[in-house]
Structures are given as C-alpha cells and as structure tokens.
Design a protein around this ligand. Structure first.
Ligand SMILES: [Zn+2]
Length: 491
C-alpha cells in the first residue's frame, strides 16, 4: 500500500527539506515507521517521549484528522495522502476571533479527494488555511463584479485557490488595449465577451471551479438577485454608479464586500459592508463630478499594478472565507508602487450614513436613481450641452473659419497625440483663464473620451462664460482618425 506523505514546511527541518515522501504501510503507524527509517529525526518532531503525537501536530488521512478515525491505528489505502501539519498552540483556527463567512455545516459538506489534496497541497500546508480552510474555500461562492484588469486577477487567483463557485459580471468585450494589463485574456480573445473569455480561462486553470456568468450590466433591477447567492462580493468595477450600487446592495443584504481600485501606479483596497465597518457611502458620501477623475484608459495604468492590487483583493477574500488572518476590515491600504509608499488608513463608519448609519433613510435599492446620483443624467432645467461630430470639426478646420479649440487633456496625453492649433487649458484653470476665449466665436472642447470636455463646458458656464461652446463627441479616441487622417492617429 503506497501512500504519499506531505510534510508541512515547518517540519521539513526534520526531513532534509523534503516536502513529500512515499511510504508503504497499511496503518498510520506503519507509514510513520517507514518515514522514520528514512528520516529518523522526524519522530522527534512528531512524537513526544511517550510515543504520543505532539499537541502541535495534526495528522490527516486525506481530509480526515486521525483523531476522528482510529489514531495511529487508522488504516490507509493505496493512493491515500497523509498530511503532517503543525498547529501551533493557541494559534489554531479554532481560537481565532474572526469567524469565517462559511459556516461549519457548509464546510462539512465538502470533502477533499486525492486529486484535490495534491492540487491544493500548498494551501493545506499553511496553518492559516489547512484542511478546514481549504474546505471553506471550496464551499464558498464569490461574486466578482467587473472583469477589467483587477477583476481578471481576482478571478484568476480565486480560481487557482479553489473557490467552489465564482460568479462573474461584465457586459463588455475584450479590446486590444486591455491586454497590456490583463492576465486572463490573450490576443485571440479580442472582440469576445470578457465574461466568456474569463470563463474559459478559469476552466483551463481549474476545472473544479463552477463559473456562473452574468453577461450584463449591474443595475438597480438585477443587483439584489445577482448577489443574493454569494458569500462575498468583490467590487472590481471602474465606475461610480456600480460602486454605490454594489455597496448599497451588500449592506442591505448583509454581505461583506472586498473593494479595490487603481490609478496609474497606485492601488487602494478595503473591506466594506460589515456590520462594524463602513460602506462605500461612509467613505465617499458623494461621487466626484463626471469627468473629474480620469478612467484607467484615460490616465493609464502600469501593467504589474493589477497583479499587486488584485492579489491583495483575492487575499482579503481568502481571509474572509477561512476566518483567519488580519483583514482590512475597518482599514484601507493604499499603495504607490512606483514610489514604494504604503499607507494604512482607518476607515470609519459614518453614523449619519443613509444606508448603514444609525437612522437609515435608504432601505431599498429602488429608492435611488444611481445614474442621477452620479451626475450622469442632465437636469431637466439644465441647458443641454451641444456636441459636434468629428467629421464636422474636420470640415470646419479645413474651411479655415475662425473657431477656438480647447484641449483639456493632461500633458502626457498630449504628447501621444498633439492637436495642432488647439490651446491647452487644464480644467482646473478654465474659470480663471476664460478671458483667453473669444465669446464671439464658437469654442470646441476636446479630450480623450468626450467626458472631461463636458465637465469643462459645465465649469465655464458656472463661471459665467456666455460664448457658444461645443463638445467633441466621443473625444479624440473615436475621432482622431477622422480629424487627422494623415497623422497615423496615436503614435
Ligand atoms: Zn455607510
């Protein structure tokens, strides 16, 4: 009867650093005798002077502790795995203050077969995860909203970890420009739905994971139904509507949320939605004006960053699932990877929060118009912003008529594609520098995606500028080839 003995890292000093050993035997006692023949020192690590297994060592046959079987007389069969895992006194999972979000009953419904023991052996050897933690991970259902670079890393790590069910929400398709920061898609996936491509990559990595695809946009109508089935929700979306929506829904459903965001070289991760901690509204009672915070595609992102931030997010999920470790509950971590600065900040629940505060005013998702709250709807009494199409602007430039073009992009964006003849004024300086504009002629505002240019027009209106203003629809992203057909577009 050949069995494989997996030796935890902290016991390997007794086995010349060998992590696994094949032994013959029909009982645990015989397996240990064979092990001792090869590595006599291991007995000192595992047994005390009376021949009893030391208090800090757990011995498992597959996923069963030998104490729940027949102790040293427990029988082993061909192909079984024997795990030697020290559980340092006072630090075992049982004494940890944090409770796992996966109940003992659900954990007990899961069993590890030999293939799973082999696949997850690196987790089983970690005292913090161990057999119980791995069972909880396998019993868990985690929803990941948003399959951009961050969501992709989170899904990839959770799938490798063996999370039983991973729900994935995204309605978008893979673009070439995504690949620079992606881990889950390849060039062949360009044009495919991100959700379908992600499902394929999970299957390839770990076919034991059940992936549930929601190829749709999260909305007030569907969010509660979608999250209802999950133990932990991960927000890896890139827009404020989704962030408020997910946070509110998690608070109302009593589910913990792991939140992460990134910008250029910086990442931010925290846990929201717990009864003792804040929600997204507590941290940010209102969203920034539309266009003020550039998206990743406007601001750029360093390719390793999603790996760092998404890896941290996945780690938080595993801590919530296993009920061990020190989580980001009540704190947030912010990392500047380019300048090597890391900060922990305390995050505090706002007693006046309308969703999780003492006197809640919001009890149902339907009570909020998220698009409106995030400023994506025009006020009925607000003067509409007039747009201009790329071909019309190209024709007006070609005709030589007097127009003013204001480029509100950042200097690094302008160095990728210059707009000849445009004057450059950052949004923050527009109100002060409005005298540089001629109210007698049309002024056209341009940016990369056509959102910051809208903010620029609103800013100038508020500052009292009365000249005619137009927004280049879709920004230079969609019009640069029309306006500059000979310039090779983006360099
Ligand atoms: Zn709150």
């Amino acid at each position: 009867m050949a069995v494989k003995v997996l030796i935890s890292a902290s016991l390997r000093s007794f086995t010349d650093r060998v992590p696994e050993f094949s032994a013959e035997g029909s009982t645990i006692k015989e397996v240990f005798d064979a092990l001792a023949d090869q590595y006599p020192d291991v007995l000192k690590g595992v047994f005390d002077e009376d021949g009893e297994i030391r208090g800090y060592v757990n011995v498992y046959i597959n996923d069963k502790n030998i104490y729940s079987l027949k102790g040293l007389k427990s029988e082993v069969k061909d192909g079984d795995f024997v795990l030697l895992i020290p559980a340092i006194a006072g630090g075992s999972q049982e004494t940890d203050k944090r409770e796992s979000v996966i109940s003992k009953e659900r954990m007990k419904e899961v069993a590890l077969d030999n293939k799973q023991i082999e696949r997850y052996s690196n987790h089983l050897q970690l005292r913090e995860i161990n057999v119980k933690g791995q069972k909880r991970i396998m019993a868990a259902k985690v929803l990941v909203a948003g399959l951009g670079a961050l969501g992709g890393v989170v899904v990839n790590r959770l799938a490798a970890a063996g999370v039983g069910t991973i729900g994935i929400v995204d309605f978008d398709e893979v673009a070439v420009s995504n690949l620079q920061s992606q881990t889950t898609y390849g060039t062949r996936d360009v044009g495919r739905p991100k959700a379908a491509a992600t499902k394929d990559s999970v299957k390839k990595l770990n076919p034991l994971v059940n992936t549930v695809v929601y190829q749709e946009k999260l909305t007030s109508e569907n969010v509660e139904d979608i999250i209802a089935d999950y133990d932990v929700v991960v927000d890896a979306t890139d827009n404020f509507v989704s962030r408020y929506l997910i946070s509110d829904a998690c608070v109302l459903a009593g589910k913990p949320e792991v939140f992460g965001a990134m910008y250029q070289f910086e990442g931010f991760v925290t846990i929201l939605g717990e009864s003792t901690g804040p929600c997204y509204r507590c941290l940010y009672p209102s969203p920034p004006p539309v266009g003020l915070v550039p998206t990743c595609s406007e601001a750029g992102v360093a390719s390793p960053l999603p790996g760092v931030v998404g890896g941290l997010m996945a780690t938080e999920v595993l801590k919530l699932l296993t009920g061990t470790g020190t989580t980001l509950s009540g704190k947030a971590i912010s990392i500047d990877t380019w300048n090597l600065r890391t900060n922990y900040v305390e995050t505090v629940k706002d007693a006046g929060c309308p969703v999780c505060g003492k006197h809640r005013t919001l009890h149902h998702i339907e009570e909020i118009d998220y698009e409106d709250f995030c400023g994506l709807k025009e006020e009925p009494d607000e003067e509409p912003i007039e747009g201009i199409e790329g071909d019309e602007l190209a024709a007006r430039i070609a005709s030589g008529e007097p127009i003013t073009i204001v480029d509100v992009r950042e200097p690094h964006e302008r160095s990728i594609l210059r707009f000849p003849g445009a004057i450059t004024i950052p949004i923050g300086q527009l109100a002060r520098r409005q005298k540089e504009l001629d109210p007698g002629i049309d002024t056209i505002f341009v940016c990369r995606e056509g959102k910051r240019s809208i903010l620029a027009i609103r800013t100038l209106r508020e500052a009292g500028y009365e000249g005619p203003m137009y927004n280049l629809k879709g920004g230079l992203d969609t019009t640069s080839q029309i306006i500059f057909p000979n310039e090779g577009a983006w360099l």
